[in-house]
Design a protein around this ligand. Sequence first.
Ligand code: ARG
Length: 272
Amino acid sequence: MTYLFKKAAVAMAASCALFLAACGGGEEENGGSGSEDKKVLNVGTEATFAPFEFMDKGELSGFDVDLLNAAAEEAGYEVDIKNTGWDAMLAGLQSGQLDIGMSGITITDERKETYDFSVPYFESVTMIAYKEGASIASAEDLKGKKVGVQNATTGQFAAESIIGKNDSSISKYKSAALMFQALQSGDVEAVVTDIAVAVEYAKSNPDAGVETITDEQFVPEYYGIAFPKGSEYKAEFDKALNTLYENGTYAEIYEKWFEEAPDMETLKQAAQ
Ligand code: ARG
């Protein structure tokens, strides 16, 4: 090989590397559909909500992150997920600055007036987490206690339905992390949040002395991917999710995070 030819080859290799890096593709083993011209959707989340979304060594991680990546891949999009925080995510969906909210967001009738939701992708229920020794045996026992919730979540709505709206015994925190910190520091005696998150917190903080209970008056709720009202993407992501339900990818992701098989029947029923 001549010197000039070698030089050219090296330059070509370098520009190919650059080109590939610029395209950012290739992290998904099954790619193959040429990621160059995929549209990038802006996604907001509140990433202190393990196991759904949390920061792991500076990287967004969790069940929601895996599921959204898989759904986007299936639908032919790239997603740029930013840890916007909860309130900014909701505002960004309303203003249309965000294309998607993926944050363990419960589908509620009230929210449906403001956002569109995908088919349900996870069944949840409200759970109370409290410090050992706080005498809480049922939801009613929240009355008269200092209770923490994440602002504008179904945990807040559940606490309010028992204690009363705008009651000063309810403290509202901007993130799930701040809510759990308040429990830890003793600022509140109990927090009201989602079952998998409460269980995860108790499990990963074994020394925190946190107990969890649920209550019959809490009814099942379902998470959905949120979109601005009238979004063109809803139908495509519904289709993608249904494919992931059918082809086993959803079950794979579910088992990775929850170490058991998902109840597909319940999800299908909830979609009716
Ligand atoms: N599922 C609850 C709701 O929709 C709580 C979600 C909170 N999510 C979060 N990433 N902090 O209101």
